[in-house]
Design a protein around this ligand. Structure first.
Ligand code: PEP
Ligand code: MG
Length: 659
């Protein structure tokens, strides 16, 4: 017996809705399956259901066989058509790693004195910290490396099931704590579901029956299921691969009789030193006690970096093997603005860092009142202070800071965190989620800005002598309309849900804007013909090449806004590689050459009556904002951590009578 329907569960059968559906299904004796595109899976396994990747508005069939088949179909179809609540809040944000390179935030506190040396990693979350080192290096887990005798197998299966039960019980105890935040509860509940799901257990049990010891079986089973999650075209589900590994590790630890190395005992203000930190550890970690984080793995946009930024924890990541030098450190000082880490600092360094930490805390406390402020000049003109983000996980931090929308959504990440190009549907969902989160404020989505320096799966980049001067950004997109049109169609679809604006990176020639407009019109016509809801969006350009500055008056007549990308503009005006420390002195936005390029851009935009904003790192610099406002800029987009300070700076200008 079967019945088909259209799924109305908000954002599809992701973790929590899948669990609810499974719970409902398990209440019936009948065998129940869910079928999508001809593929049937048991409706009693949340892992299998999640891997079916059922999306909102897709057609599925519920199939039941047994005494209560009619009731089962009735209940399950009822849930799919009318879930009482869609996703819980904690499930609506995808988890997982992110990818774009974020530059260090401007350094508003004095730099570390030249005498202090140390290790250098990726400046992943701004701020300074000093505190006792808390080393977190969980041991590697390995199986026995021998095949079981036939008579050992039944006992090993019992041992395995007992370990699974122990892990479930531990997770239940964690969930029972009422101190858990909604987000952490969501993560632990998702892990609990995986631990309770028979996909992992039956896979592992099959391997034990084949003669593998339980630990080896769990490691292999977790890798197999994690690989399935990694292969789905859905970044929420991709991130579940880490969860499966985390659950597998917990089961193995119980089997080996080993205690988990827990972060729960981290002392107040300590600096966490680790090679890497998994989702399970992070979800249970008492982040409020963290003074700072230093890791061997991770970049500016890894999961831990995003969490650190959201919680205002200074972090230096990506130290590689240098992390081993910190294993025995007693005290650590770190500078999340410069990426510097100092082991066992001397008295002078300690005093300097302690002073900077205190000053930063005082400043932060004084800035929170600016969260809800709408900064205006003396003449009443509103200056927009928006956030630069690169993933949905960063929405909360941006909103918490008081962002008036998003001035730069870097889409590279969506492309970099997959082993294939993201589909139009997946992109449309992501951009729509952003638009909804910030409406009525604008969300400026930058079209794919990628080149040979950051290769991604699905696009073959040529070997180039100078990737920064090569086939990147709008140049690559216009040569690959298959990729570009998919993104433009997704943006047109998302524009229905809020205030989406689109901007083009690396523009150097007016023809690039015109050719994009032709493609946008083509996409809109195709969507119309297919009956897909869509809406027009404002098209703007980043001003980040000297050519764009020089043709700014002509460009301004063809676009709705400018956003000045000072990171690239500085490197191209000064001919000084932004990643090369030997020319760092030249790579200075305050150089008169760069400032005059910014002024020329502003003049051209103001004369044409279009909005001129800035989304490079200079946008968050309190020492420069007033100058830019006087040039005519009315929008500044920056890392969420800089937003309140920028609002304060603009309000101070108004106080001084600036119009
Ligand atoms: C810039 O170049 O200023 C900018 C904002 O873009 P990105 O740093 O991503 O190149
Ligand atoms: Mg740029």
């Amino acid at each position: 017996m079967e019945r088909s329907t259209i799924v109305r569960v908000h954002e599809g059968l992701h973790a929590r809705p899948a669990t609810r559906f499974v719970r409902l299904a398990k209440g019936f004796e009948s065998d129940v399956e869910l079928v999508k595109d001809g593929k049937a899976v048991s409706a009693k396994s949340s892992v299998k259901l999640m891997l079916l990747a059922v999306k909102e508005n897709q057609e599925v069939t519920v199939r039941a066989n047994g005494a209560d088949a009619i009731e089962a179909i009735e209940a399950l179809i009822g849930y799919l058509e009318n879930p009482k609540a869609g996703l819980d809040d904690e499930d609506s944000q995808p988890a997982g790693n992110t990818g774009q390179e974020a530059a260090a935030a401007p350094n508003s506190v004095p730099a570390v004195s030249g005498a202090i040396t140390g290790l250098r990693g990726v400046a992943a979350s701004e701020g300074v910290a000093i505190g006792p080192a808390f080393a977190h290096f969980p041991p590697d887990i390995a199986g026995q490396g021998r095949m079981l005798q036939a008579q050992e197998i039944a006992g090993e299966i019992d041992r395995f099931h007992a370990a699974v039960s122990a892990v479930q019980a531990r997770m239940d105890r964690s969930l029972a704590q009422d101190t858990l935040s909604a987000g952490d509860r969501g993560i632990i509940a998702a892990l609990r579901d995986i631990a309770a799901d028979d996909s992992l257990t039956s896979e592992a049990e099959g391997l034990i029956r084949g003669g593998n010891d339980a630990v080896s079986a769990v490691i292999t089973a977790a890798s197999t299921i994690a690989a399935d999650f990694s292969a789905v075209d859905d970044h929420y589900l991709n991130a579940r691969a880490d969860d499966v590994h985390a659950v597998g590790r917990q089961i193995c630890l119980v089997l080996l009789g080993q205690d988990d190395v827990s972060l729960e005992t981290i002392p107040e203000g300590a600096v966490l030193i680790a090679d890497d930190i998994g989702a399970w550890d992070l979800a249970r970690a008492p982040l409020k006690r963290f003074g700072g984080v230093v890791c061997g793995h991770g970049g500016a946009t890894s999961h831990i970096a995003i969490i650190a930024r959201s919680h205002g924890i200074p972090a230096v990541l990506g130290l590689g093997d240098q992390i081993n030098a910190l294993r025995t450190a007693r005290e650590v000082a770190l500078d999340g603005n410069s990426g510097r880490v100092i082991i066992d600092p001397d008295a002078a360094t300690r005093a300097e860092f302690a002073g900077r930490v205190e000053a930063a805390a005082k400043e932060r406390a004084g800035l929170t009142v600016f969260k809800t402020v709408t900064p205006k000049l003396a003449n009443g003109k509103v200056i927009e202070v928006a956030a630069n983000i690169g993933s949905l996980e960063e929405i909360e931090a941006a909103q918490e800071a008081g962002a008036m929308g998003v001035g730069l959504f870097r889409t590279e990440l969506l492309f970099m965190r997959h082993m294939h190009l993201p589909s139009e549907d997946m992109q449309a969902e992501t951009y729509a989620a952003l638009a909804k989160a910030f409406a009525p404020y604008p969300v400026i989505v930058r079209t794919l800005d990628i080149g040979g320096d950051k290769p991604i799966a699905g696009i073959e980049f040529p070997d180039e002598e100078n990737p920064f001067l090569g086939w990147r950004g709008i140049r690559m997109c216009l040569d690959r309309p298959d990729i570009f049109k998919r993104q433009l169609r997704a943006l047109l679809r998302a524009a229905v849900h809020g205030n989406i604006k689109v901007m083009l990176p690396m523009v150097a020639d007016i023809g690039e804007v015109r050719r994009t407009r032709v493609l946008v019109a083509e996409c809109a016509a195709e969507l119309k013909a297919d009956g897909v809801p869509h809406a027009a969006f404002d098209l703007g350009v980043m001003i980040e090449t000297p050519a764009a500055v020089l043709i700014a008056p002509a460009l301004a007549k063809e676009v709705a806004f400018f956003s000045i990308g000072t990171n690239d503009l500085t490197q191209y005006i000064m001919a000084a590689d932004r990643l090369n420390p030997t020319v760092a002195k030249l790579n200075d936005v305050t150089n008169p050459a760069v400032m005059s390029a910014i002024e020329m851009t502003a003049k051209a935009g103001v004369a044409a009556g279009i909005m001129v904003g800035m989304c490079g790192e200079a946008a968050g610099r309190p020492d420069l904002i007033a100058t830019f406002v006087k040039m005519g800029l009315t929008e500044f987009s920056m890392s969420p951590a800089s937003i309140q300070r920028a609002k304060k700076t603009i309000m101070a200008m108004a106080g001084e009578g600036a119009a």
